[in-house]
Write a protein that binds this ligand. Structure first.
Ligand SMILES: [Zn+2]
Ligand SMILES: [Zn+2]
Length: 244
């Protein structure tokens, strides 16, 4: 506890916090502006439709696909800005504040997160992440998914393990449709794990179409994983089924 206190005390001196939206000093998302965050509803990672606990529907399930997905917020407004600032301005200590908020959301609604928390605290579960390409990591200085995985693993009293390496430089998924995304990301990752893997939680910052995480999941399952659950801080809504 003392170490944690010292760390945040130092961080506050080195990087005073200002609200991303209203610029008031104190927090990155001040209590007034927290109304601009929206908790996302659990969906099946395959079809994007509502599903209790974020578990993959039985009818959607294939052996190589994700077993479930847990996300916290809709990717919009102040959460979108926060993740953007982490990634492109390197203010990755914003993550600490998001983790504190995430804990209170999970505590408030334990039923909804029960499958995820059970898996997180299972001693056979490995926490890993969707890595960025090493040239991008060199350029950026950090990998935000790796940092996030570190925080998530800590909640389960673990350390994250890097199981995947991004071997292909891919085009940004944002400009592509679903089919192009799947082609773009195909064979972009290779397995580098040394351990026998069974249950895995794979962490990333944003769920867009899920193509990247599904591809990671496929590689993990080909290398022995029997259960793979996705975790992202934010989720883009209605990617598969746009309202039209
Ligand atoms: Zn504010
Ligand atoms: Zn489904």
């Amino acid at each position: 506890m003392k170490k944690k206190f010292l760390t945040s005390w130092l961080l506050d001196i080195l990087f005073p916090r200002f609200c991303i939206k209203c610029k008031k000093e104190g927090l990155y998302i001040c209590n007034e502006c927290s109304i601009f965050t929206s908790e996302t509803q659990p969906v099946c990672p395959l079809c994007g439709l509502a599903s209790k606990f974020g578990k993959t529907h039985k009818n959607c399930y294939t052996p190589q696909c994700l077993d479930g997905l847990t996300s916290i917020w809709d990717y919009e407004n102040i959460i979108k800005d926060a993740l953007h600032i982490i990634k492109y301005q390197g203010k990755f200590h914003i993550l600490e504040e998001l983790i504190e908020r995430l804990i209170s959301i999970m505590t408030k609604n334990p039923e909804s997160f029960s499958k995820f928390v059970t898996l997180l605290t299972d001693e056979n579960t490995i926490i890993t992440f969707v890595p960025i390409h090493k040239s991008k990591k060199r350029q950026r200085g950090f990998d935000q998914a790796e940092l996030l995985a570190d925080h998530i693993a800590t909640l389960g009293n673990k350390k994250p393990i890097k199981l995947l390496e991004r071997t292909k430089q891919t085009q940004s998924q944002f400009e592509l449709n679903k089919k192009e995304r799947l082609n773009n990301i195909k064979n972009a990752f290779s397995f580098i794990g040394k351990e026998n893997i069974k249950k895995v939680i794979i962490v990333d910052d944003i769920w867009t179409s899920g193509a990247t995480m599904q591809e990671c999941c496929r590689v993990l399952k080909e290398n022995g994983a029997t259960k793979v659950w996705g975790f992202t801080l934010a989720k883009v809504q209605n990617v598969y089924y746009p309202k039209s």
